[in-house]
Write a protein that binds this ligand. Structure first.
Ligand SMILES: NC(=O)c1ccc[n+]([C@@H]2O[C@H](COP(=O)([O-])OP(=O)(O)OC[C@H]3O[C@@H](n4cnc5c(N)ncnc54)[C@H](O)[C@@H]3O)[C@@H](O)[C@H]2O)c1
Length: 328
């Protein structure tokens, strides 16, 4: 029996009912108490961080080494039966990452403010059911609507009795010179890209803690969180992505004790609708931008498939507070 299951009564671990404020002691001798609202946690101490799964006996050769030619090679990448949320998954990077997670076996919920996902969604949903034996669901939610977000994430976790992962990819972009930026526009940027990401991660972490299996949270930052791209005039966006990268480090530091790992992926330019819209206004960038990175080209959403499966899965079980910077 794990440490968590010993500490928390079964009813509290699997109850679909919301659980009221619970106070727990900090494991180290810090001499103060914190309260966590809205979910149950065990008294003190650390949750077990799930390690990489053992290779099963069927997958081993006579010598005991993992057998070759089995569909279960590299089992630590296997996401079968894991429940993962992806925000911003109506299209673009989020939808591509949702597809990768499905291929690795996860049950995926795409969360987005758009009333309907892109036309691609339906074919991915069909593949999920027919080719991978799993499921892709769509739920409309605005990440700024915190009560709705919490209710939805809690409902999803209740449905499956678990929540294992989150990719927080919902984000907005706005190009306006710093001297002209309005406070309203800056606040909107930070509300979606920082507070929205923060509240999504918090909603997911509450459920991960409630069910006691740990989990993996991946925040989508950007290379623009670390550099000011020449000729890309979006001060608030860049500041918001710097905020996401630093937010991840803090969440990782706080939630490691629950077995929740938090990491960031910071893509370089990706050819998605977000970038296509910028190219419509500034066609010269189509030729200029590829010259500005080491590989001399822009990336495509599928080039982040591996990174997201890696970070959500046990393949990265000891990776925390890291920042995968891509193509800068
Ligand atoms: N495209 C790039 O070059 C690039 C580079 C680095 C990082 N990123 C980041 O990757 C992520 C995905 O970008 P993309 O290029 O796929 O963009 P996209 O515009 O194609 O997709 C973003 C999705 O987020 C959703 N969204 C926006 N605001 C929301 C809200 N308030 N609540 C819920 N959903 C909301 C949108 O409806 C959309 O479906 C973003 O966080 C973006 O900042 C993109």
């Amino acid at each position: 029996m794990s440490q968590f299951t010993r500490l928390v009564p079964r009813a509290a671990r699997f109850s679909a009912r919301p659980v009221t404020t619970y106070r727990y002691a900090i494991p180290a001798a810090t001499g103060f108490k914190r309260s966590v609202r809205g979910f149950s946690s065990g008294n003190p101490t650390r949750f077990p961080a799930s390690g990489p799964p053992e290779t099963s006996s069927e997958e081993r050769s006579d010598s005991g080494a993992p057998a070759l030619g089995t569909p279960k090679r590299l089992p630590e990448f296997n996401l079968a039966n894991k429940v993962v949320l992806v925000t911003g998954a109506a299209r673009g990077l989020g939808l591509t990452q949702a597809e990768a997670l499905l291929e690795a076996g996860a049950i995926v919920y795409a969360l987005d403010k758009a009333p309907h996902p892109s036309p691609l969604f339906d074919s991915i949903q069909t593949r999920a059911t027919h080719d991978f034996g799993t499921a892709l669901h769509y739920r409309q939610v605005d990440v700024r609507d915190v009560p709705a977000l919490n209710a939805l994430v809690s409902e999803i976790a209740d449905t499956h009795g678990r929540l294992d992962g989150l990719i927080a990819a919902a984000g907005i972009q706005q190009e306006t010179p710093a001297l002209e930026y309005t406070a309203e526009d800056a606040n909107m940027m930070f509300e979606v890209n920082i507070t929205g990401v923060f509240m999504t991660a918090q909603a997911a972490a509450k459920q991960m803690i409630r069910f006691g299996n740990g989990g993996s949270v991946v925040l989508i930052g950007s290379m623009s969180g670390s550099v000011a791209n020449r000729g890309l005039i979006c001060p608030a966006y860049n500041a918001s992505k710097a905020g996401v990268i630093q937010l991840a480090r803090n969440l990782a530091m706080e939630w490691g004790e629950y077995g929740i790992r938090v990491n960031t992926i910071s893509p370089g330019y990706i050819m998605t609708k977000m970038v296509e819209e910028l190219f419509e206004q500034h066609p010269e960038r189509k030729t200029e931008w590829p010259k500005q990175n080491m590989l001399g080209r822009l990336s495509s959403p599928k080039e982040y498939r591996g990174a997201c499966v890696f970070l959500i899965s046990n393949a990265s079980s000891f990776m925390v507070s890291s920042h995968l910077a891509c193509g800068c």
